[in-house]
Design a protein around this ligand. Structure first.
Ligand SMILES: Cc1cc2nc3c(=O)[nH]c(=O)nc-3n(C[C@H](O)[C@H](O)[C@H](O)COP(=O)(O)O)c2cc1C
Length: 248
């Protein structure tokens, strides 16, 4: 098997790390990998924040309510960033009203998130492990303040990385036929029934992971997930609008 693809197929999130910080060479290499990610219209409208101050890292762990954030060997926060491009345009006398459009927010987020995936894959290829942290958005307003983010910059995803101190099993994914379509979107019916086998596989995965902590089947998890409305996450639009994004 091609080693790149083997690395991709072996992906699993790591949430327990040895107490070994990443070296500056490792961090620089990961940032270089990110820098080579494709970027919408070559605008490179994202930035990467390394959180090396232990106090700030601890605060992010509180915001995310996940202690492994503080225990990681390195913490990146991916930023959708149109600030730099705004300055470039303004210095040349151009109007930057377009940065308030949903489109310019979306492309900046896309750039940041694609770069994030490259960082995690590269870290895994280096024998490191990590996990994405959507939880950094639990209180985006606090992150904006903590890191002094200017207008047209918002956090979109965290990445906790480190030397793995656990070897989790591969998490089973949806069957191909329910998420890969050809030419047209099919009429989906009796989805729970169609996912019966997958439900059983996911259930077994959780049982093997921790028999004392029984977790719902996949379809039940999805349904219950619809009732989850984190108060901070429900205000994301407001916080992002406060940063000048998504005005129209
Ligand atoms: C956008 C995004 C946000 C995520 N946020 C978190 C998070 O805040 N905390 C966490 O422990 N895992 C987080 N994850 C990891 C997912 O839970 C994980 O990828 C998923 O359960 C599949 O498991 P695997 O990565 O081990 O295959 C996130 C993943 C993505 C793609």
């Amino acid at each position: 098997m091609n080693p790149t693809i083997q690395n991709q197929l072996n992906h699993r999130s790591i949430r327990k790390f040895k107490n070994i910080p990443l070296t500056s060479e490792e961090v620089n290499l990961l940032v270089d990998v990110a820098r080579h990610t494709s970027s919408s219209s070559f605008m490179q409208s994202y930035s990467i924040l390394s959180v090396t101050d232990p106090e700030k890292k601890a605060k992010v762990a509180v915001i995310g309510n996940q202690k492994y954030i503080a225990e990681s060997g390195h913490l990146f926060i991916m930023l959708a960033d149109q600030h730099r491009n705004q300055l470039i345009a303004e210095e040349q006398g151009f109007d930057t009203d377009v940065l308030g459009s949903f489109d310019r927010f979306f492309v900046a987020s896309t750039d940041a998130i694609l770069a994030a995936q490259n960082i995690l894959l590269a870290a895994e290829a280096m024998g490191l492990g990590g996990v994405f942290l959507g939880s950094v958005l639990n209180h985006a307003d606090q992150l904006i303040e903590l890191f002094n983010l200017p207008k047209h910059v918002v956090p979109v995803l965290g990445i906790a990385l480190g030397h793995p101190d656990q070897a989790p099993q591969l998490k089973p994914r949806l069957p191909r036929e329910i998420m890969h379509f050809e030419n047209t979107y099919p009429k989906l019916e009796n989805v729970c029934e169609a996912l019966k086998d997958y439900d059983a596989i996911v259930h077994e995965y959780y049982d093997l992971r921790d028999a004392n902590n029984r977790v719902d089947e996949f379809t039940t998890q999805i349904a219950k997930g619809m009732t989850r409305k984190h108060p901070g996450r429900m205000q994301l639009l407001k916080f992002f609008q406060g940063q000048g994004f998504i005005q129209y």
